[in-house]
Structures are given as C-alpha cells and as structure tokens.
Design a binder for this molecule. Structure first.
Ligand SMILES: *Cc1c(COP(=O)(O)O)cnc(C)c1O
Length: 379
C-alpha cells in the first residue's frame, strides 16, 4: 500500500459489530466478561481500547512499523522511552531540541541518575565520540527545533547498531510523509501527534512506533503501568486528522517554499533557516532522507532586537502567535520567550536561538494572504 492510501486505510478494518466504516468511539472504561478472564480481547481501557487500537495500527502503518502506541501527549511518549533506562545509563541527545524534551531530560530524569549529553549531531563522528559502555540511547530530533538543522538518520543508525545502543527519532517536524526513520535504521519513532499528524490543533497526543516485538512489549508494559494513555474521543479525532495528512503536508511544503524565498529576499531579514535552500549546511542530507522540506521556517532580523521581534509576531494576523505547530492554520512563535524559555539563555544562544529568532509554522491557507500578512508585519 502506498503512503497516500495508508493515511486513509492503513491498519483499518470495517468495525465487526455493525460494519461502521469509521471506527466507533468506544467510550467505555471496562468490558463485560462471561467468566473471569472470559472477554473479547478488551478488559480495561487503560490497557486497551478498540478506538485506540485502530489508531495505534494506523500509526504503525504510517511509519512502516509493526507496532504503534498512543499516549496522552508527546511528552508522555518520550517519558515512556526514558523509562526503558535505569540509573547510571547515558543518553546522547540533539542539543537543539524541543524545550519540553530538554526539560524532561534535565529536570526530571537527571535526578534519577540518568546522564544526558546534548551535542550537535550534524557530524555522525562527533556522536560516536560520546559513546561509552553506559550509553543506552541516542535521541535525535530532525529537523531540529527551531533551527531546522538536519541530522543524518542512517549514519546515526550505523553508529547506534555498531555499539548496540537504541536510536530514537522524534519525527514530529517531518512526519512520515516526509521521512520514515524506521526505514533508515532507527529503533523507535516518536511523534507529538498534537502537531502535523492530528493537523487541526484540537488534540494533544503522542505516539511511539517500533518494529522489535521485545521493544513493543516493554513499551506497552510501560504505557499500561504508568497509564498516560489517550482517550477514545481523542483517538477518533486523530484518525480523522490523519486521513488528510498527505494532502496537508504537500500544501505545507509548497507554501513554506514560497514564504522561505520571500523572507530570504526581504531587506530586514538576516538569516532564514529552511532546509530547502541549497546553501543550507545540511541541504544534501535533507534531500536524501526527506521527500520535501516541510512547513517550518525560522528567521532572524538584521537588528537582532528582542523587542522588535516581539512586535513583529504581535503584528502578524494570519500567523497567529501561539505555541505549537503543524495545524492547518499558520502560527508564529518567538522561541526565546516561548517554546525555549526553559532553556538557559547561554545554552539556547549556543545553538542559534537568539533574541530575534522567529519561528513560523506555515499553514495551508492561500499563499497570497500569507505573504501579505508577513509584508504588513515586517513593514
Ligand atoms: C510539541 C513537541 C513535543 C511534545 O509533544 P506534546 O504533544 O506537546 O506533549 C515533542 N517534540 C517536538 C518536536 C514537539 O514539537
């Protein structure tokens, strides 16, 4: 089955009860048993729920994986992955990454004795220099947030395999439409499904997808034991969103290309970070592992002024100033004061998150209206 069919049919079956074409919302916490243990595969909805099962099969299908797991949020999905580890274990992580991931790693898990190394990963050899006997996990986010660097997944997977270390990829920005990390050798794919997979800014959800039955068993044990599962209503909304993922992504990419070029030629703009530019330092990696370049763009202004950038995002009208990304509507953000405020200034500036940096999630509106909005905000 091709990707554009998988979004609609992947892992889905007609509901056996009445032939419903859409998976029903099984709004139930429990299931009748004829005798103790005598049930139809479902006992309690923290463990399993039929609407969630339908979604988990869709997640697996999209990423070309065998097993999918749905969590209450992207953070809950990441949390489950880190719970595979024990005190003394070490993790090598992308240094330019989602602020909440950084916060979970440093503020929650460091105190349980897990050590995190945050490093630039554009050069795979650099990753290898941090591997030691305690290294258990490499955590990759690509494209990175908000600097849109690209990390070579296949090369990183080779290093992970050589040292028997797990490789997890946060595929939120790219989506499986653009890149499929399991095909490139990753062990775990993670999504904040809140973003492009759901696509309508109406659900908070996380996903993990794996191929290994052993890993799937450990993660579903953690999913049930810790209990951060997604409810049936949210699973239904997510399934509905996924059906148009390919159409939305195609338009996100088309619109972002026009916006990136517009910004590049604007006299007030200093840098535009978008992996589709030929002079982007990781353009070739992006071209080789991604189908297109995505809907996310970051840029800085020439005066590099905190207040002026705040005013620009305030003036934008269609690009609503808000946390999050990946919905059909365009959003703008000021990472230094919003998504990345939990990362110390010296740390964030090392990776390029300067005071004037603005991040855009380019939506699927008419491109002329988006350019007009940017024009008035930058005037
Ligand atoms: C939003 C986001 C997360 C966290 O997901 P939630 O659904 O908000 O918990 C993790 N990684 C990336 C790249 C994100 O954009």
């Amino acid at each position: 089955m091709k990707f554009n069919t998988k979004t609609i049919h992947g892992g889905q079956e007609i509901d056996p009860a009445y032939g419903a074409v859409m998976p029903p919302i099984y709004q139930t916490s429990t299931y009748a048993q004829s005798t103790p243990g005598g049930h139809k595969g479902y006992e309690y909805s923290r463990t399993h729920n039929p609407t969630r099962t339908a979604l988990e099969k869709s997640f697996a299908s999209l990423e070309n994986g065998k097993y999918g797991l749905a969590f209450a949020s992207g953070m809950a999905a990441i949390d489950a992955v880190i719970k595979l580890l024990k005190p003394g274990d070490e993790v090598i992580s992308t240094n330019d990454l989602y602020g909440g991931t950084y916060r979970l790693f440093t503020k929650v898990y460091e105190k349980f004795g897990i050590k995190f190394h945050f490093i630039g990963m554009e050069n795979a050899k650099h990753i290898e220099s941090y591997v030691n006997a305690n290294t258990k996990l490499i955590w990759v986010e690509t494209p990175t947030n908000p600097m849109l660097n690209i990390i070579d997944i296949a090369s990183t997977a080779n290093i992970a395999k050589k040292h028997d270390v797990l490789l997890a990829v946060d595929n939120t920005f790219a989506t499986p439409y653009l890149q499929q990390p399991l095909n490139l050798g990753a062990d775990i794919v993670m999504h904040s499904a809140t973003k492009y997979l759901g696509g309508h800014s109406d659900v908070v959800m996380g996903a993990l997808i794996v191929n290994s039955p052993k890993l799937a068993e450990k993660l579903s044990f953690l999913q049930n034991a810790s209990g951060a599962v997604s409810g049936p209503q949210d699973c239904f909304l997510m399934l509905r969103g996924i059906k148009t993922l390919h159409l939305r992504m195609q338009r996100h990419c088309e619109n972002a290309k026009v916006v990136a070029e517009y910004l590049k030629n604007h006299p007030k703009i200093e840098n535009v970070y978008w992996p589709g530019f030929e002079d982007h330092p990781n353009h070739n990696t992006a071209k080789s592992q991604m189908r297109d370049f995505g809907g996310m763009i970051s840029f800085t202004t020439k005066d590099n002024n905190y207040d002026e950038s705040v005013r620009i995002v305030e003036r934008l009208k269609l690009f609503v100033l808000a946390e999050s990304l990946g919905g059909v509507e365009s959003l703008s953000g000021h990472p230094a004061s919003m998504t990345h405020a939990s990362i110390p200034k010296e740390e964030r500036e090392k990776t390029g998150v300067v005071d004037s940096l603005i991040r855009l999630s380019v939506g699927i509106e008419d491109i002329d209206d988006l350019i007009e909005d940017l024009n008035q905000a930058l005037a």
